[in-house]
Every structure is written in structure tokens, then in C-alpha cells.
Ligand binder design. Sequence first.
Ligand code: 5GP
Ligand code: ZN
Length: 139
Amino acid sequence: MRDENCIFCKIANGEIPAATVYEDDEFRVILDLGPASKGHALILPKNHFADLLALDEKTSSKVLGLAAKIGRAMKKSLGCAGFNLVQNNGEAAGQTVFHFHMHVIPRYEGGPKMVSWEPGKPSGEELAELSESIREALE
Ligand code: 5GP
Ligand code: ZN
């Protein structure tokens, strides 16, 4: 389950070197080359899945536990006060590498603002319409 043209397949499977913080049979966790903060890591499955919607159940069931393990180690080793999990799906969402990955971004006291947005002010009616629309589309 690899894609010959995928850079993260090559990195996850050790064909291209990367600063690795964790590896097992199914995952490699590497440091991001363009980090949002010191220690920014990427969780890569060794198999190729384009995004979350393509991910198989076996892999998805392990990702959050692994993210917690990495986040815990970051707090211990880097002294970060917290961390964000970011996982982009689709170009519109900012995905640039189409091999599923989860960002683990250490956050430091007094560090720059990131992973934030201006809260909207939807009406109760709008929220009701939206929730119904999504509920109806659930499979
Ligand atoms: P996305 O925008 O797809 O969620 O995130 C892709 C991330 O992969 C970016 O943060 C980018 O800096 C990182 N990245 C892209 N190419 C490489 C690479 O060859 N090696 C490493 N270590 N990170 C990469
Ligand atoms: Zn891939």
C-alpha cells in the first residue's frame, strides 16, 4: 500500500532520511522541515492513505494514542506547556502532502498565536439547519 510518487511514503519507509522521533511497524513520526514551533512533528502511517477519509480503521484506531504518546514526550523533553493536533484534509483545508499525516505542534508559554480563528455568530436557526443537514448526510 505505497504510492511510488509519494514523498511521505518514501520518508515513512526509510527511503528518504528524516529526523525520526518514533518508529514501529505501522508508523514513523518525524520532525517537520518547516516547523510551526520548535519540535513540530508529523505522524506518518507507513501505508499510503491520501487523507483521513481514506484511512483504514486499524490505522485510525491507533493515531490518537500515538499522538498522546508524542505530546507527552514533548512536554517532558521540550518543556512545552501544551500541544495542538492538526490534521488537514483537502487543498481547501491547507493539505499540501496527500499522504495522511497528523501534526503534533508543541506550544510554549508566551509563544506566538496559532491554530486560531475569529468566532462566527450564527443564529439558532442557522445552527439548527446546519446540524440537520450534516446529520442527514451521515452514513
Ligand atoms: P500539510 O500542509 O499537508 O498538512 O502539511 C505538510 C507538512 O509537511 C508541512 O508542514 C511541511 O513543512 C512538511 N513537509 C513537506 N515536505 C517535507 C519533507 O520532505 N520532510 C519533512 N520532514 N517535512 C516535510
Ligand atoms: Zn504516501
